[in-house]
Design a protein around this ligand. Structure first.
Ligand SMILES: [Zn+2]
Ligand SMILES: [Zn+2]
Length: 406
């Protein structure tokens, strides 16, 4: 039996456990950095699958690293498993986790034979928007000896190289002064007004930003009672640009809108976080081409989705990984449209037959891609050399860019 067939046979033998894992994570949504059950269940299955598993790596209790094989080319599959507040697994990270486990177990079956070391890395807190799990793991060296990284992300339809833009999430706090809103309003300093002015300014700014820029946020705390002048308000905002460079052009313009709120009302402004932004994604063309061929062999297709849907762009800390080592993050379709990510309707679609098929296809397409990388002499040599040369400069550039934004 050849390596690809052996990997498939291994995946088939564990298919029901991998699908059960996807459903269990989905049924127990845990938010960023609190994914204790998910991390434990994933680690257990990988351990049963013969992986050497280390939990709580890099001082992150819900991160883990599972390793198998002794080949020189080290390929890693990234698992995400955090859920969204209130709407559960509406980004389908249960599918990401199960597909990564499946890919790891399938590729591990032939790792030594094709010269691979296979890792599944558990990366918490993707949805957090600032200092995500992968950024912290990367900074703390978890990816240091890996040559390529892969993951699949569920979406309404398959997209090989989705547009992934840079993003930064931060918290805004205004502090004013309470007063009786009717008896002595002239003694109050209104922190809700500060936020209103900031949001009005941002609304006006939107006419003068790039079409690829985005600014969006929520008011987390707007006051305590209508008869008390609000002394404390809090908001969380995200700014996004095509690249980290574009993001850093937009960021100070948005910060000035928040300063305007403070200036006009006399409130004190604090901006917290935003120091570790998510990078745009650099999809590795060689790995993406292999993945496409393998996914097509499993019956997936990549039709032109049209200009409107191509404008769709999200952000992920996988972008930061892609700056450090060759990476892909294809979207794997679960045929949910018009239900889209971050909707309750999408969450409901993440445990359907189509979702389970996405787990299986994503796992096998990634495992086969890893085997291809191990057995194609040109690509193998490129990746082995890449890590020591080209990638080092990518890491340095990435780090200096992250530092610049601090
Ligand atoms: Zn999401
Ligand atoms: Zn997601």
């Amino acid at each position: 039996m050849d390596a690809r067939a052996a990997a498939r046979e291994r995946l088939d033998s564990l298919r029901s456990r991998i699908i059960d894992l996807s459903h269990a994570i989905h049924a127990n949504p845990e938010p960023a950095f609190a994914e204790a059950k998910a991390a434990a269940w994933i680690s257990e299955l990988l351990s049963d699958g013969g992986f050497d598993v280390k939990t709580g790596i890099c001082d992150l209790p819900t991160a883990f690293l599972a390793k198998s094989g002794r080949g020189p080319l080290h390929i890693c599959f990234c698992a995400e498993y955090d859920a969204l507040p209130e709407i559960g697994h509406a980004c389908g990270h249960n599918i990401i986790a199960a597909a990564a486990v499946g890919a790891g177990i399938a590729a591990a079956a032939v790792a030594d034979e094709v010269g691979l070391t296979v890792s599944v890395i558990g990366t918490p807190a993707e949805e957090i928007g600032d200092a995500g799990g992968k950024i912290l793991l990367l900074e703390r060296g978890a990816f240091a000896d890996m040559h390529a990284a892969m993951m699949v992300h569920p979406a309404p339809f398959d997209v090989l190289t989705p547009k992934v833009i840079a993003a930064s999430m931060f918290e805004v706090r205004y502090t004013g002064k309470e007063a009786h809103a009717s008896s002595f309003p002239e003694l109050g300093v209104n922190a809700a007004d500060a936020l209103t002015i900031a949001q009005t300014s941002i609304g006006l700014l939107r006419q003068h930003i790039l079409p690829t820029d985005r600014i969006h946020g929520i008011v987390v705390h707007g006051g305590d009672a209508p008869n008390i002048v609000p002394a404390h308000t809090t908001a969380r905002f995200i700014v996004r640009g095509d690249t980290l460079a574009a993001l850093e052009v937009l960021r100070p313009r948005v910060y000035r809108c928040f300063e305007a709120g403070a200036l006009a009302t006399g409130c004190k402004l604090e901006i917290i976080g935003g120091e570790k932004p998510y990078s745009e994604m650099i999809h590795d063309p060689d790995i993406a081409a292999l993945y496409k061929r393998n996914a097509e062999l499993l019956g997936r297709s990549y039709p032109n989705v049209g200009a409107e849907k191509q404008k769709s762009a999200a952000s992920t800390d996988m972008g930061n990984i892609s700056r450090a080592l060759p990476s892909i993050q294809p979207m794997i379709g679960i045929q949910s449209f018009p239900a889209v990510n971050h909707q309750r309707e999408f969450a409901a679609q993440c445990v359907t037959i189509e979702a389970d098929q996405a787990v299986y296809d994503g796992a096998l397409a990634m495992a086969w891609t890893a085997i291809d990388l191990g057995t194609d002499a040109r690509l193998r040599n490129r990746l082995l050399g890449d890590r020591s040369q080209e990638a080092e400069s990518r890491i340095q550039e990435s780090e200096s860019r992250i530092q610049e934004s601090e």
